[in-house]
Ligand binder design. Structure first.
Ligand code: NAP
Ligand code: MG
Length: 454
């Protein structure tokens, strides 16, 4: 029997489930099954694969409320965010179901014959996901992989496995064979690492910290295994004086405090043009103090607790109390609460500017002009997302083109739309998820030449 891991509700600190922590032997069994699943799944007629994926998507929509409630309990996400997350899974599965029948090769004119390319599934895919968005991030990997004809082994984070386990059950209820889509629970160092090092797994989609991502890429290199890495971020929210300051300030808290700041796209550096500093900051302070940090089960809740006591200590370690400008409020008592916190940092070498905090903390800096804004935004090892607020669209586009990050928005705080590609520059990752081309990342291209002159 595998050892058991207790799953904790971060809002109450209560044990809500016990989940097996699988070992190497069980992971090997899962990989063997996935190899068999692949043989079946890749040969299905595309229309049938698409039909099963649509049925899976429909199941997820049908169980939206159940999945959302489960995420509130396991991850402390607010109920409104959790409903969005579960819905995103349904959308992503349905969207990639639509790509199955459009996955096609080409006929290329060549002398002496006919040349055809085929898109073939890359093989068994391991999807390793972090604890911060257990549902959507899993689906961004498994949905296009399944659409391409790959079998999938999903490894959720050890502390947040519950929604992934339920989603796999829904897949099976929809008719997707168990061997085609499996969830393996257990630690990253054991189960995750086995997926990365077993040559039968042909591709790894990893979302998590930059440190573990680098380790995975090194391990995968020994097998020349394909990897997609979605890693950390330290994104900038750049506010120009010509922006609609009311809108920029009203939405700025959600760009960093959403999901209690445990968001790789969090705009944890707020860059404000000097001439707008007073006008923006007074509005921003009111907005931060208005964020409702409360029991995530409530419809009114806008921010829940952090994921664990250990993570709260890490977040606190970044906050130099002398630098705090103002804070919002949060509950006291049980639960890993931390208030929305705004710090002002003049030293660009300060740890809170350079490293990912992954909590509800934003560091404010000022800039003089467009050129300095771009230079400051780029002064980071990371390059994942970011926002630019300006009423001058020419400037918005110039600055967007100047910032080295993968997903930018102008006059908006959204980073992720499943129709569009998502991923990082620099230490934020390799490869792209989502968007119209994601299925391609799970295919090999085979070229066949037929000599017509014999
Ligand atoms: P993490 O520690 O890197 O873990 C991520 C996943 O990898 C977990 O499932 C973990 O398992 C597993 N893992 C750990 N060590 C492993 C190893 N040696 N081999 C294989 N798998 C291993 O990250 P986290 O703390 O869960 O999540 C926070 C990080 O994720 C942040 O840095 C954040 O920016 C990043 N993130 C990035 C994106 C993006 O799209 N770019 C999105 C969300 C989050 P265990 O749970 O068992 O440790
Ligand atoms: Mg970790």
């Amino acid at each position: 029997m595998a050892p058991i891991r207790e799953i904790i509700n971060p809002s109450t600190e209560e044990v809500i489930a016990e989940v097996p922590s699988l070992g190497i032997a069980e992971t090997d069994v899962a990989i063997g099954k996935a190899v068999r699943g692949l043989e079946h799944w890749r040969k299905l007629a595309p229309a049938e694969r698409a039909r099963l994926l649509r049925a899976f998507g429909a199941k997820v929509y049908e169980h939206n409320e159940e999945l959302a409630q489960l995420e509130v309990k396991n991850s402390g996400h607010t109920i409104s965010n959790s409903r969005w997350e579960a819905n995103n899974v349904g959308d992503v599965i349905t969207y990639y179901a639509g790509s199955v029948e459009r996955l096609m090769g080409r006929q290329i004119p060549v002398p002496g014959g006919v040349d055809i390319t085929f898109k073939e599934p890359i093989g068994v895919v391991g999807v390793i996901v972090p604890w911060n968005f257990p549902m959507p991030i899993a689906s961004w990997g498994f949905a296009p992989a399944l659409a391409a004809g790959c079998s999938v082994i999903l490894k959720p984070a050890e502390i947040t496995p519950l929604t992934a386990m339920r989603i796999a059950e829904l897949a099976h209820e929809a008719g997707i064979p168990e061997e085609v889509f499996q969830v393996v629970t257990g630690s990253g160092r054991v189960v995750g690492e086995r997926l990365v090092t077993d040559p039968r797994v042909r591709k790894i989609v990893f979302t998590g910290s930059t440190e573990v991502g680098i380790h995975i890429q090194k391990l995968a290199a020994d097998h020349l295994k394909a990897v997609t890495l979605e890693l950390g971020g330290k994104s900038a929210n750049v506010v120009f004086a010509d922006a609609d300051l009311d809108k920029a300030a009203a939405t700025a808290p959600y760009s960093v405090f959403d999901n209690a700041g445990q968001d790789c796209c969090a705009r944890s550096r707020l860059l404000v043009q000097e001439s707008a500093y007073d006008g923006f900051m007074s509005r921003f302070e009111a907005a931060v103090k208005g964020v409702k940090v409360e029991d995530p089960r409530l419809d009114s809740s806008e921010m829940g607790p952090l994921i664990s006591a250990g993570h709260r200590e890490t977040v606190q370690s970044f906050v130099d109390e002398d630098l705090v400008l103002f804070r919002g409020s949060c509950p006291t008592g049980s639960g890993y609460w931390y208030p929305p916190t705004v710090i002002e940092v003049k030293d660009p070498a300060h740890r809170s500017i350079r490293e990912e905090i992954f909590g509800p903390v934003v560091a404010v800096q000022t800039f003089r002009d467009e050129e300095e804004a771009i230079a400051m935004a780029n002064d980071s090892d990371y390059g994942l997302s970011g926002s630019i607020w300006t009423s001058n669209l020419g400037r918005g586009l110039r600055v967007a083109r100047g910032i080295e990050t993968g997903a930018l928005s102008v006059n908006s705080h959204s980073s992720v739309r499943y129709w569009t590609p998502f991923g990082g520059y620099k230490k934020s990752g390799i490869g792209r998820e989502l968007g119209p081309d994601a299925t391609d990342a799970f295919c090999e291209t085979k070229n066949v030449f037929i000599n017509t002159e014999i």
